[in-house]
Design a protein around this ligand. Structure first.
Ligand code: PHE
Length: 351
């Protein structure tokens, strides 16, 4: 017994009621899509209704076909509207959740600053680069022969006691000064001239740390080797350097001293930058500050570096970066440079 038109139309109405309710109740776009497949898909409920068409009497077919198609269109519209509403609600929820309140106070950033020792090293490098020097570096772990032997400090030399060392093996140590870079650079360069270098770096000595001593500190070495290099060249260079670093009115003085690797040797003082040379607490009322050691490169050192001391001569100097930074920044405890306390480091402005 084929279904009657009335029965099919009644079924169509019950499908409509159910579908309208379910689409209305769908909570997610995925649920809406599942309903679309269920009702409007190729094997869906409406296709099932349509399949009864052939069983109907010919005159009833158009009216039922139109009714099914009208329902299809109505459901398509409802599904499209429901999907749009759900997507809009989801977007709105996301915008709410991701909203940024730009009026909230931000997280304070602690701005850093160049470390004062780096600032001093760079300032000194700039001065010597301006005079045609090149920067050279050597290793912190050094051979005894470069740190001492080839600098005219043989094994039993009392000068070794001046620089108490950290030895790693019999032949290897943490360098006690930057002077071994002189040897390395001479060996690399000889017999060519001129050799003009400055060498910044860490050095290590077995000292007890206190306000003015540190077992590790920073030096800058200078070396010039060439034909006819004289003591007056050394003095003029250091004068120029002191004026650039401490101010145009700065004067220097050389006092006789002793280093095994220079002959003659000198301690170099600059007029106190705190009082201008009249005497104050910083310079212990002498008007002078000792800032570096220097001298004419010893012939034995030139020879150990591969140069012929009868043909070339040279001068060298070595300065302590911490000492200069303490003078420039008015710091009275060397340990301030090593604490890595951002509050302390921030207090040093570029010099
Ligand atoms: N190397 C010496 C020191 O550390 C400094 C120096 C370097 C002196 C070069 C003269 C020439 O005390």
């Amino acid at each position: 017994m084929p279904p009657s038109l009335e029965a099919l139309k009644a079924e169509l109405e019950s499908v409509r009621t159910k579908a309208v309710q379910e689409i209305d109740a769908a909570k997610t776009p995925e649920a809406v899509e599942a309903l679309r497949v269920r009702y409007l898909g190729k094997k869906g409920v409406l296709a099932g209704l349509m399949s009864h068409l052939r069983a109907l009497p010919a005159e009833a077919r158009p009216s039922f076909g139109q009714a099914v198609n009208a329902l299809r269109e109505a459901l398509e519209d409802q599904i499209g509207a429901r999907r749009a509403a759900l997507e809009a609600a989801a977007l709105e929820a996301r915008l709410q959740a991701e909203a940024i309140d730009v009026t909230l106070p931000g997280e304070a950033l602690a701005p850093g600053a160049r470390h004062p020792l780096s600032q001093v090293i760079e300032a000194i490098e700039d001065i010597f680069i301006g005079m045609g020097y090149r920067i050279a570096e050597g290793p912190d772990v050094e051979w005894d022969t470069y740190n001492f032997e080839r600098l005219n400090i043989p094994k039993d030399h009392p000068a070794r006691d001046m620089q108490d060392s950290f030895y790693l093996t019999d032949e290897m140590l943490l360098r006690t000064h930057t002077s071994p870079v002189q040897v390395r650079e001479m060996l690399a360069m000889a017999p060519r001239t001129p050799l003009k270098i400055i060498c910044p770096g860490n050095v290590y000595r077995r000292d007890t740390d206190d306000a003015t001593h540190s077992h590790m500190f920073t030096q800058i070495e200078g070396l010039v080797v060439g034909e006819g290099v004289r003591m007056s060249d050394l003095k003029g260079t250091l004068e120029q350097f002191a004026r650039r670093l401490f101010g145009e009115e700065t004067k220097i003085r050389l006092r006789p001293s002793y280093f095994p690797f220079t002959e003659p040797s000198a301690e170099v003082d600059v007029t106190c930058s705190a009082c201008g040379g009249t005497g104050c607490r910083v310079c212990k009322w002498t008007g002078w500050l000792e800032v570096l050691g220097a001298g004419m490169v010893h012939p034995k050192v030139l020879e150990a570096g591969g140069y012929d001391p009868r043909r070339v001569s040279g001068f060298a100097f070595g300065l302590g970066v911490e000492r200069i930074a303490m003078i420039k920044y008015g710091v009275d405890d060397i340990r301030q440079f090593y604490v890595n306390d951002a509050r302390v480091l921030r207090s040093f402005v570029a010099c």
